[in-house]
Design a protein around this ligand. Structure first.
Ligand code: AMP
Length: 210
């Protein structure tokens, strides 16, 4: 299984990927998480990436492509969340894997206003990266992760101006990316405005024939 989740930030890709991979032999590969780990570690890549991430801009293709290609090399099953985000990244992945790097692509479709609402209220556990929402999916105890007791934080790039910047860039990049996968017959559209359990059930229905 080599799947890709596409869609605006906040459309639920991470939530769905975590649910899907929790009990399966599939690795959830989130480039956002990989890059945040690099930033935290203070590596050279992390230092370069941080300046783009804080502004809600994309990290340059060459840095991200090298990181992902190395990370997934030799992996049989993965779910890419947040990669590819540009046509260049999609082409690079296709070439690096000799056309065998992706067998299904889901496009999470959601209105921008809904994205802004979701991201503005999103809170993430500092320790285990579990996600909550102050309105739609609040933790049992305010500011505390239900899973591990870690502190819940607002991501640095989940602030209104940065959110607008991220969605604008994602929309600009989406067209060519969707055409690339649609032309290969790999694209499935998902209505991401529905409750998370309904979306998950639809995604699960594709497991058998992937
Ligand atoms: P995410 O957690 O997927 O929303 O990613 C957070 C940030 O990491 C993005 O706003 C970008 O700055 C950076 N990033 C993640 N994935 C990519 C990618 N495929 N290409 C470029 N930048 C990325």
């Amino acid at each position: 299984m080599k799947w890709v989740f596409l869609g605006l930030p906040g459309a639920g890709k991470g939530t769905q990927a975590k649910k899907l991979t929790a009990n399966r032999d599939v690795e959830h590969v989130s480039t956002g998480d990989l890059l945040r780990a690099e930033v935290k570690s203070g590596s050279k890549l992390g230092k370069s990436a941080a300046q783009y991430m804080n502004r809600g801009e994309l990290v340059p293709d060459d840095l991200v492509i090298a990181m992902v290609v190395k990370y997934i090399s030799g992996m049989e099953n993965y779910l890419l969340d947040g990669f590819p985000r540009t046509l260049e990244q999609a082409v690079a992945l296709h070439e690096a894997t000799e056309g065998n790097g992706v067998d299904r692509v889901f496009d999470f479709d959601l209105e921008e206003e809904e994205v802004v609402k979701r991201l503005g209220g999103r809170r993430v556990c500092r320790d285990c990266s579990a996600m909550f929402h102050v309105g739609f999916m609040p933790p049992k105890s305010e500011g505390v992760c239900d899973n591990c007791g870690g502190a819940l934080m607002r991501r640095d790039d989940d602030h209104p101006d940065t959110i607008r910047n991220r969605t604008r860039i994602a929309r600009e990049q989406a067209g060519p990316l969707l055409s690339f996968y649609s032309d290969k017959g790999l694209l499935t559209r998902i209505d991401a405005a529905r409750p998370a359990d309904v979306v998950q059930a639809e995604i699960l229905s594709y497991l058998s024939d992937s």
